[in-house]
Ligand binder design. Structure first.
Ligand code: ZN
Length: 403
């Protein structure tokens, strides 16, 4: 195996989460026990310092038909709305004929907000069902994988190219980066929204490690990749979404946008903390093993008192956690979810049944919150249950972050 970013062969194993099923395929009853398992291991490149998986599940398996809908949560939709307004205000207020391309546009939630602001919008989404849903909602969407070849057929150049989350799913990394460079207007902005690895580690959010996420960027490692493709970051900040996502503003090298200095401050902080070093990740690996013991102790203690435990949410990342902790239906009766696409399905690997929120008439004693990144939204919405003494346990707690 060679480094996905710099082709080096100097890759050191740092975290091993065992063999895991592909976490984004929730199972129908007849599929239970037939799902394949793949190694889930993180390695660190001694040359470019990028943390990455050493095993690739093919992109056709991973992104042909996923059931993640970005429109589902209020806080995510609000984040996308604020971001569209920010980009429009800061950079493009006076410009007419503005076009935005969203790579991995999902159900069109991000583009919807640009459409409202008068932009011409286009989405690229590899999941057929999700692309169809976006089109039905009036968001023009191409159902293809974005890369250098498919980029040629798009009606560019684009003043803005957005890639949220998807940027580190990408198997054809350099082809995608080249495609972006080719479609981006000379004064255009490429907005990369990605889970920030330093924050993942500080939050103890190891459940963000799963097969779709091939690469785990800090700003320094992202910049290395961009440099290789004639692009560079001129501004960046950390937004609270998903427990800590980096918003990186990128343009062509020598592009027109002055540096805000914020990206330099983040790079300096990475340097100070050592968050690009192998030791940082090894330490994280040891912490994850401790979290497993602590979580199993807590749940076991509640069980021994005869308490009923439900999982709250059936997020994709929850499957990394459940499989690594080995938490199955003997501990958690069901996962309570509001995404209709997951009705009647079972979690891969651990086979916990999913039930829809509106099916739950009688609340459990304990909710084990797998969708921990929406902690504040959940606690606000569940004030009634809290007042009735239902306990909410957070396996990962962004409010108690440490490094
Ligand atoms: Zn490398």
């Amino acid at each position: 195996m060679i480094c996905r970013v710099c082709d080096s062969t100097r890759l050191d194993p740092v975290i091993d989460l065992g063999n895991q099923p592909w976490c984004n395929h929730f199972l129908r009853k007849e599929e239970i026990g037939k799902e394949p398992f793949y190694p889930l291991r993180l390695v660190h490149c001694a040359d470019c310092e990028t943390a990455q998986l050493d095993f690739t599940v093919s992109k056709e398996t991973m992104f042909g038909d996923h059931t993640y809908l970005s429109g589902v949560t209020q806080s995510l939709s609000r984040h996308f709305e604020q971001l569209a307004e920010e980009v429009n205000q800061r950079f493009f207020l006076q410009q007419s004929g503005k076009a935005v391309l969203d790579i991995g546009s999902n159900d069109g939630t991000q583009l919807k907000h640009f459409l409202k602001l008068g932009w011409r919008v286009l989405g690229v989404e590899s999941s057929k069902g999700t692309a169809q849903r976006a089109i039905e909602q009036g968001i023009p969407t191409r159902n293809v994988f974005f890369n250098t070849v498919t980029a040629r057929d798009l009606p560019g150049p684009f003043q803005l190219i957005n890639a949220s989350g998807v940027f580190f799913h990408l198997e054809e990394l350099h082809s995608v980066a080249e495609g972006i460079r080719a479609c981006l207007a000379p004064d255009g902005i490429f907005l990369v929204q990605f889970l920030y690895m330093q924050k993942i580690v500080e939050n103890g959010a190891f459940d963000q490690i799963y097969h779709e996420h091939l690469l785990y960027y800090n700003l320094k490692t992202l910049e290395r990749l961009l440099q290789r493709h004639g692009l560079t970051c001129f501004d960046a900040y950390l937004a609270p979404i998903h427990g800590g996502s980096m918003m990186a503003f990128v343009h062509h090298q020598g592009g027109p946008h002055p540096s805000t200095g914020r990206e330099k401050a983040i790079l300096a902080e990475e340097e100070r903390k050592g968050s690009n070093h192998k030791e940082w990740y090894q330490q994280f690996g040891r912490r994850i093993a401790r979290m497993k013991n602590e979580n199993l102790d807590t749940l076991g203690e509640r069980k021994s008192k005869g308490k009923r435990i439900y999982g709250m949410g059936a997020p994709v990342k929850g499957n990394t956690l459940l499989n690594y902790f080995q938490i199955g239906p003997s501990i958690i009766d069901c996962l309570v979810e509001k995404n209709e696409l997951r009705r009647g399905l079972y979690s891969p690997g651990m086979h916990i049944p999913i039930r829809m929120e509106d099916e739950i008439k009688d609340p459990p004693d304990v909710y084990y919150v797998l969708a921990w990144n929406f902690k504040h939204e959940i606690l606000k919405n569940q004030a009634f249950l809290l007042s009735r003494g239902v306990e909410f346990l957070f396996p990962v707690d962004p409010d108690r972050a440490s490094s």
